[in-house]
Design a protein around this ligand. Structure first.
Ligand SMILES: *Cc1c(COP(=O)(O)O)cnc(C)c1O
Length: 852
């Protein structure tokens, strides 16, 4: 055959009666509304799967006659009417408020490098993106004034295939933006919105796309435009692709371009939230805009920081995004000029003590007023990693806060549970009672046999998908049918009675996907018990540059190919949101065994738990808070051994705990079947898993916490800050300069008579200290005494303010307190002084403190 092939696409016309399908296809609400997705699937099921569940792609490719038929089909029209009626009522703000509110005129801008909503918009790589997607979905559910900002990657993250030897191949496909649920953002004039961002020696043209996520909007920036050079067109080509130059240029487009786009759209956020450090350059653009309004750099910096919220997700310093200082010089020299700050001061904003690098986390921390980690354990770890930002503050007391992650329940709850919860636990509906722990106790009223059979059905759905994917994979790798049959012997949707354990996530080395292979003999004994077989299903991508991550995939393939593990270990390629939704809901046990404390939060286990899947995890990240032991256990925990052991020893010990749990607890409980064919103990634990985890580890609780802890105070600070031409920002920056200049000369000494060591209950001791303020004013500082039992945490009521009593002949200020302890025994007290200003977002934000 020869001749030129001229591509041509013929798009069908939507019949008038189906016109609103277009609206549904352009709103990501379909990503969490199953009936909407079913409606599209109903049009042409096979095509629906072939286009990767993309409603827009389906509507572009489906045959005209199918649309015409649907327009005459009363059943289809009935479903569509129901979907549309739910859609329309969702758009209206509910009369009963869901969660805390923002004030009139407030707007939260949320920046992230990736967003994971649905497989039909492939601009995510893993947990960070999916969390960002869940945050937006929840903001919509709560009708918050909210706008998201990200990048539109032409090729997104890679597609993964795995060959017969377990070698991962990464391929990239260009997305056709016409088939994504995005549309060009337009101005009131009807003109498509473009902005420009200057990079050294050139201007880059940026197109702004708009995505509807229910009632909130997300704006995505795109540089793949004819006006740009080939280099610049490629900037936003691949998520986490390219080299350092690509990365910094992506982050400049996102941070600087994002602020500009919002401005041109006439949006004026009162709160700015950067989710991970990638977007931190946005502060420089905000400062630039404030400097144009007449502020000096320092005041502009204070103003910009006043309403910035920063969330860190990385528990290792090396994981923080950083750039060589020369690179920052190259890209920001002219910006520094414009904003009236020397390039050296700009570099200092991102410098970590003792390192010659520009760290995005450091920039984000310094330029935000609210900072948080994503679980309690991660909060403790982050306080330590970031302690240099507040050098004189004990890490336990520094302003690093945490908000534990949560997941968007409507996105990850199986439709089979949805139907049951819609009727069962209690009236009002699960979606209206997401954070109500009492409401979720209602799962205990679901009859055990119904609970078990629902779990079986969800598992069967999952097994269908796993079989299909593995068959495809196997055929591509030229495997035989007989081999395939042997592989899938235990993954049988018609007999979903084999204990099935899931492990799916990014294949980063710290997640230790291959930990369970530490002792293959032991594992073999457990899984091949003929009475109690066990199957493991693995899925996940390793970053193309992560060789050790890819080696783990090869190791899984190697073990899976051993005759004694055949059928017991399955590796499914192409982990994405679709596979994730099915796996987290369909397996029996969700396994997570990261190297403590490297799992900042983890969220896949939460998705599993709400579906009645039981977690077996290292007590790290969210599981450190979610796990409940004892009689009312809601899962199993691998307690991490001391991190002072070397990694091999830790792997060995923790793998042993895993085998013991699997052999002595998990498998016996699962196979402890009643005459009715199910395990009552298992059902009880699965119900506790739902009841204890669903109400807390969901994104409604998470976003509500962001609102009350950060968004509301940040918006208030901003409005205060803006009054009288940013008078507060100017005042605060002057004050900080004064404190900064004087602080190293501030000293504190004991000034009382002798120090008493023993008193009787009810007696008091006189405390007197002399403070050399080095020209600071008494109002600039706070002097405090902390009382506690030795080495114990100080309770708030045991923190006493010392009162100023005058000045001595040496110019020292005298502070005193009559201390009457209300506790007996051996106790201790300490005295400290630190800078104090009512405008500081946290008492220790200055990072300065002198102890006696
Ligand atoms: C939830 C999810 C993740 C995050 O998984 P963790 O186990 O928390 O790392 C990653 N990828 C996909 C597709 C997910 O749905």
């Amino acid at each position: 055959m020869s001749g030129t092939r001229y591509p041509l696409e013929v798009n069908p016309l939507l019949p008038a009666r189906l016109a609103r399908l277009d609206e549904l296809a352009n709103d990501l609400r379909y990503s969490w509304d199953r009936p909407t997705r079913d409606l599209f699937a109903q049009l042409h099921n096979k095509l629906w799967r072939a286009v990767g569940h993309s409603p827009k792609a389906l509507l572009k490719r489906i045959d005209q006659h199918l649309l015409d038929e649907a327009a005459e089909n009363s059943e289809f029209l009935g479903s569509m009417a129901r979907v549309l009626s739910a859609y329309d009522s969702y758009q209206v703000r509910p009369s009963r408020e869901i969660g805390p509110r923002m004030a009139e005129g407030d707007l939260i801008a949320y920046f992230c490098a990736e967003f994971g909503f649905h497989e039909s918009l492939p601009i995510y790589s893993g947990g960070l993106g999916i969390l960002a997607g869940d945050h937006c979905k929840t903001a919509s559910d709560m009708h918050l004034p909210f706008v998201g900002v990200g990048l539109l990657y032409r090729q997104g993250y890679f597609q993964q295939t795995i060959d017969g030897e377990g070698r991962q191949a990464a391929t990239y496909h260009d997305s056709d933006f016409d088939e994504l649920p995005v549309a060009p953002a337009v101005l009131d004039s009807g003109e498509a919105l473009h902005i420009q961002v200057e990079l050294p020696g050139r201007m880059v043209e940026v197109k702004v796309w708009q995505v509807r996520v229910g009632v909130v909007k997300l704006y995505l920036l795109d540089t793949d435009l004819e006006q740009n050079t080939p280099h610049d067109r490629d900037i936003a080509h691949r998520l986490y692709g390219g080299d350092r130059t690509t990365r910094i240029e992506q982050e400049i487009i996102l941070g600087i371009g994002g602020v500009r786009a919002l401005k041109v759209l006439g949006l004026h956020p009162t709160v700015w939230h950067i989710n991970e450090g990638h977007a931190a350059f946005l502060v420089l653009e905000r400062i630039r805009q404030l400097v144009r309004q007449g502020l000096d750099f320092d005041s502009a910096f204070e103003a910009a920081a006043s309403n910035m919220v920063f969330t860190t997700h990385t528990p290792v310093p090396a994981g923080h995004d950083h750039f060589a200082e020369d690179m920052i010089r190259h890209y920001f020299e002219s910006c520094a000029n414009e904003i009236g700050c020397s390039i050296e001061s700009l570099l200092a904003l991102g410098r970590v003590q003792g390192q010659q690098e520009f760290n995005m986390t450091t920039l984000a921390l310094r330029s935000s007023s609210y900072h948080n980690a994503v679980s309690r354990i991660h909060g403790e770890v982050s306080s330590r990693i970031c302690k240099d930002i507040w050098p004189q503050i004990d890490p336990d007391d520094n302003p690093m806060d945490y908000v534990t992650n949560g997941i968007h329940v409507p996105s990850f709850l199986s439709e089979l549970w949805r139907d049951i919860f819609d009727r069962a636990p209690a009236p009002g509906g699960w979606s209206q009672n997401l954070t109500d722990a009492g409401y979720w106790q209602g799962v205990h009223t679901i009859p055990d046999h119904q609970f078990w059979s629902t779990r079986q059905s969800i598992k069967a759905q999952m097994l269908h998908l796993v079989r299909a994917r593995i068959s495809e994979q196997h055929a591509r790798n030229h495997g035989s049918q007989a081999h395939l049959d042997r592989l899938l012997k235990l993954a049988d949707p018609d007999n979903p009675n084999v204990l099935t354990i899931g492990f799916a996530r990014r294949f980063a080395t710290y997640k230790r996907a291959t930990l369970l292979f530490k002792n293959l003999d032991w594992l073999r004994q457990i899984v091949s018990d003929p009475e109690r077989p066990v199957v493991f299903i693995f899925a996940g991508k390793a970053h193309p540059a992560d060789e050790p991550g890819q080696a783990m995939i090869r190791r899984i393939a190697e073990v899976a190919a051993m005759p004694e593990f055949e059928a017991h270990i399955l590796m499914v390629e192409g982990y994405d949101l679709h596979l994730s939704r099915r796996l987290v809901a369909g397996v029996d046990v969700w396994l997570n065994n990261p190297l403590y404390p490297l799992e900042a939060s983890g969220t896949s286990g939460m998705k599993a738990a709400i579906n009645g899947v039981i977690n077996l995890s290292v007590l790290d990240g969210w599981w450190g808070e979610g796990y409940q032991g004892g009689d009312g256990a809601n899962g199993w925990a691998i307690k991490p051994v001391s991190s002072s052991y070397d990694e091999n020893r830790r792997d060995y010990e923790e793998a042993r705990t895993f085998y013991e749990l699997l052999q002595d607890k998990v498998s016996p409980l699962y196979y402890d079947r009643s005459p009715m064919g199910y395990s009552p103990g298992w059902v009880a634990m699965a119900k506790r898993s739902i009841a204890t985890i669903a109400p807390h580890f969901n994104s409604m609780r998470m976003v509500s916490e962001y609102v009350t802890k950060f968004y509301q105070p940040a918006a208030r600070r901003w409005s205060h800050c803006r009054e009288s031409d940013y008078a507060c920002a100017r005042r605060l920056s002057e004050w900080k300069a004064r404190i900064g200049a004087a602080w190293s000369g501030v000293t504190l000494r004991w000034a009382g008579e002798n120090i008493q060591r023993r008193i009787r209950f009810g007696e008091s001791i006189h405390i007197e200290v002399a403070l050399q303020l080095n020209k600071l004013k008494p109002d600039d500082v706070r002097v405090e005494l902390l009382l506690s039992r030795p080495n114990a945490v100080v309770r708030p009521q045991h923190c006493f303010k010392l009162a100023r009593q005058g000045r001595n002949a040496d110019g020292e200020d005298i502070y005193g307190l009559e201390l009457t302890p209300d506790i007996c025994g051996k106790i201790e007290y300490r005295i400290r002084v630190y800078p104090h200003h009512e405008l500081l977002p946290h008492p220790f934000e200055m990072g300065m403190m002198v102890w006696l």
